[in-house]
Design a protein around this ligand. Structure first.
Ligand code: ADP
Length: 482
């Protein structure tokens, strides 16, 4: 089976969030199951320098009137999975991140940039871009590649079949009606049975409408988005597709080759389930020094690594901070995004110097050190499609304190059952809700034996990619059978 995974980011080439972790790891796991899986990704600046064996470039001409494009063949570092880099200098060779300019504003032509990526995925998948490869399945994700199924279906193509995954329903990919023409879509596609959504084009909705099968990244989120509260106006479409058996939730996996405290080159001391107490103590001391926290071995350290946005409930942590510190805890925070939230945390880190440390960078290695040093890990999201940081936290024995929503509810078991518990869940998206879980965590922290067993249980949880990749292979097979 030949599968083209098309994404706007893929670790380790370019990453802003969980989508990159998945787009990097899933194809590798599919290859291990014997699938011919390949990746298509834009050639952002710097990406070419990171790939292995960059080779032949295939000219594609000027596809959407945006300038010439080429496909550069290469391999992913580490996994060796074949990757095509879409090189279109007018759209992708510029400063900033995949979606934003250096000043944090969106690239003004994001619609066209990702329309081109989607169009090339459709051409590559259907064998029109290269003579020697086509796909049985094209697997696209989120608004950036929602037009892939639209291009294929509107051209009347039954092959390749398409799978579309929602990593986050929050980003609808909205563009004005003129976008229909500039993206090269036929005018009739601008309809409720098409790409239209509240008078605009939504590339996310395009994916939801035209793909043969839909998935999202956890069973609970799959249910939540079919409800008016969670569906953002798309619940009607999604519940219809769920009733037709065309929409399901497959939990993301973790790449344990990268996230394993026993062989993590970024942390101060390696540890496994039997050595977690000593290992964490050393990692904690090292992090306290590194981030400027008071060197108190007995202080429970709470880790937080996150995009700073309303979704993530970071404001709840800010609201609870005074009481967390009063109770003797320390907060190690790494995150960036919303400016006001960043400022709030920088202020807190000044007011509670020694107890709250904040880094606004994007720092992969520091994120590992925070996981390794933390006793508890905070993920108080208002909604969370899957969430990866709580899965990393489990493996690092940092017991997650999470809101009972989406993938958090599916992956963390509450310590109210001490035989099976791996963390602490709370329901109300409020400071009080978060604190109620925190105080329970603190009570556990005071009981070293119970804490030790809970850490060992957390570390033994297996969310490896193998299971998720098998579920995707099953789904691809069903999709091919129609
Ligand atoms: P989302 O994709 O919604 O941001 P996920 O939990 O699915 O949330 O994935 C977030 C990923 O990004 C994780 O791998 C997390 O470790 C990483 N991450 C988030 N913020 C930072 C940061 N400031 N520095 C390093 N890694 C970060």
């Amino acid at each position: 089976m030949r599968v083209l995974v098309v994404a706007s980011e893929a670790y380790p080439l370019v990453k802003t969030g969980g989508l990159a972790d998945v787009a990097g790891a899933l194809p590798a796991a599919l290859c291990r199951l014997g699938v011919d899986a390949r990746i298509l990704l834009p050639a952002y600046p710097g990406v070419l320098a990171k790939v292995a064996d960059p080779g032949v470039a295939h000219g594609l001409g000027d596809i959407l009137g945006v300038g010439p494009s080429r496909l550069i063949e290469a391999r992913m570092p580490d996994s060796g999975v074949p990757v095509w880099l879409l090189d279109c200098p007018t759209l992708f060779d510029r400063p900033g991140g995949p979606y934003q300019r250096p000043d944090g504003s969106e690239h003004p032509d994001n619609g066209l940039r990702f329309a081109l990526l989607s169009r090339v995925a459709a051409l590559l998948g259907s064998g029109e871009a290269l003579a020697n490869w086509s796909a049985d399945i094209v697997h696209a994700s989120d608004w950036q590649t929602g037009l892939v199924p639209a291009y294929l279906k509107l051209a009347g193509r039954q092959v390749p079949r398409t799978v579309f995954t929602i990593h986050n329903l929050h980003f609808a990919g909205l563009f004005g009606p003129d976008f229909v023409a500039s993206a090269g879509l036929p005018p009739h596609a601008f309809s409720i049975d098409g790409v239209e959504f509240n008078g605009l084009v939504s590339t996310l909705k395009a994916g939801l409408f035209y793909a043969d099968r839909l998935t999202t990244v956890s069973p609970t989120y799959a249910w939540e988005v079919t409800t008016p509260e969670g569906g953002r106006g798309l619940d009607g479409l999604l519940s219809g597709r769920a009733r037709a058996g065309e929409f399901s939730g497959i939990l993301n996996g973790v790449d344990y080759a990268l996230w394993d405290p026993a062989k993590d080159p970024d942390i101060a001391a390696a540890y496994g389930p039997d050595t977690v107490a000593e290992g964490k103590a050393r990692c904690k001391a090292a992090l306290q020094r590194e981030m400027g926290l008071d060197e108190r071995p007995d202080a429970p350290v709470l880790g937080l690594v996150s995009r700073f946005s309303d979704q993530k409930g970071i404001d709840l942590v800010a609201g609870a901070a005074a009481r967390l510190i009063e109770a003797g805890a320390q907060l190690a925070v790494l995150g960036s995004g919303d400016w006001a939230l960043e400022q709030q945390f920088l202020q807190l880190s000044r007011r509670y110097a020694g107890s709250i440390a904040m880094q606004t960078a994007y720092d992969e290695a520091l994120s590992h050190r925070i996981q390794a040093a933390s006793d508890f890990f905070l993920v108080p999201s208002r909604f969370e499609p899957c969430g990866l940081t709580q899965l990393y936290a489990l493996r690092y024995g940092a017991l997650p304190i999470v809101r009972r929503t989406g993938g958090l509810a599916d992956t963390v078991r509450d310590m109210s059952d001490e035989g099976t518990g791996t963390g602490f869940l709370f329901d109300s998206p409020s400071v009080e809700g978060l604190l109620s879980a925190f105080y329970r965590a603190l009570a556990l922290y005071a009981r070293p034996d119970a804490l030790h067993y809970a850490r060992q249980r957390a570390m033994a949880q297996d969310f490896g990619w193998h299971r998720a990749a098998e579920a995707y292979v099953d789904l691809y097979e069903q999709t091919l059978r129609g």
